[in-house]
Design a protein around this ligand. Sequence first.
Ligand code: AMP
Ligand code: MG
Length: 415
Amino acid sequence: MADDGSLAAVLRGVDEYQQEVLAGIGALAPLALPLSAAHGCVLAADVSAPWPLPSFDNSAMDGYAVRAQDVAEATQASPVELTVIDDVPAGFRSVETVAAGQAVRIMTGAPMPDGADAVVPVERTDGGTGVVHVTGSVSPGAYVRRAAEDVVTGEVVLTAGTVIGARQTAILAAVGSGVVVVHPRPRIAVISTGSELVEPGTPLRHGLVTDSNGYLLVAACTEAGADAYRVGPIVDDETAFLNAVEDQLHRCDLILTSGGVSMGAYDTVKAVLSGLGTVEFSKVAMNPGMPQGHGFVGADRVPIITLPGNPVSSYVSFEAFVRPVIRAMRGLTDVLRPQREVPIGSGLDSPAGKRQYARGRFLPSGEAVPVGHGQGSHLFGGLAAAQALIVVGEDTTRLEPGDLVSVIDLRADER
Ligand code: AMP
Ligand code: MG
C-alpha cells in the first residue's frame, strides 16, 4: 500500500461518495396498495376524510340514554325511575324517541337515540331492563361522543410523506381508506458472490464459508423498510454472475451484490460490471469498506450497489450507502441516520485519512466503547454485539478515554 499522501489522492471521501450514490435515486412511483399491504410505506398523497369522526353521536359508556333534565335530582337516597323503552347494542339504532321519564338502554358505540342528550353510566343505576332506577345525575352531553369532534368531513387526516405505522393505519381504516396511494417498499435482490460460499445448515468443507452476507443484507434491508430476497450464492464465474443479474432486472428496484469488488484475480463483480460502462468502482476513504461500486444496469437502468465481501465491510457499507438509498426510494427525505457525540470509554486507534466505523457498545454511563476482538472486517463477534457504530473522523488517528466521538446508535432497529 502506498503512503498516506498518495493514498489520499486515490480515495473518494465518504460523504461525497454517499451523495454520488444518492444522486440518481428518487422515490419509487406511487402505487395504490390495499391498506393491509401498506404498513411501513410512505403516503404519496394527502388523505382526507370522506366522513366525520365520529360519524354519528354515540354513547361513550354502557348505560342509559336519557334526558339530563330528567335525572338532575337523582341521588343514591332518592333515585329517579325511568321507563326503558328500547335496548341498543353497538351496530344498531333505536327508532324510538326518548321522551320525559323515559330511557333507552345503550351500549358503548351505539348511536344516541333521538330525544336523549346524555348517557347515565350503568354504574349509576340498578341496571334495570323494564324500568331503571338512576342514582346519580349527569349533565347534558355527558358520556356522549359527538359526531365530528375528532375529524370533520374533508379534513386532511394524514399528509403525503407520512410513514404508515400502526397508529396511522388506524385512522386510515377509520376514514375508509381500504386502498392507499403510497411509495411502495423497494424490492431488492441481494446477490452473494463467491465460489467459497455455501448455505447455512449445509456441511462445511475445509475452505468454505457460509453465506452470511446474503442473510445480513436481507435483514438489514428489511429493517430499513424494503422487501428484499436472497439470490445465490453465485460462483465466481462471469457468465454465472451476469445471468444472475439479468434474471433480477425485471423483478426489483435495486440490486445489491456482495463480494468480488476488490483487486483479486477472481473479482467477478468488478470484472463484469466494469464492462457495462454504467457502473463505477471507487476506493472510498473508510474503514472497513474501502472498495465500492454503484451504477445502473439493464434497459430500465436498475440501480445496483456492489458491496465488499467481508461481512463487516458489507454491513458498514450498507449503513453508509444502501440504507440512505432505500429511504430515498421509500419517499423519505431524512435519509441519513442521526449521529451524536458521546465520550469514548476506552482508547481507540484509527487509520489516518480514513473514516473509521468501529463497532461499539454503550456503557451505563452513556460512554461508547469498542466491542469484539479488534476491528477486523471479518470479525462477526463484535458486529453481533454492536449497539452502535463509533465514527472516527479521517484526521483522527487516536482517541483517548474521555474524548468525544460521534456515534450512530443502531438500537433503534432492535425490536
Ligand atoms: P471478496 O470481496 O469476494 O474478495 O471477499 C472478501 C472476504 O469476504 C472473503 O474472505 C470472502 O470469503 C468473504 N465473503 C464474501 N462474500 C461473503 C458472504 N456472502 N458471506 C460471508 N463471507 C463472505
Ligand atoms: Mg469473493
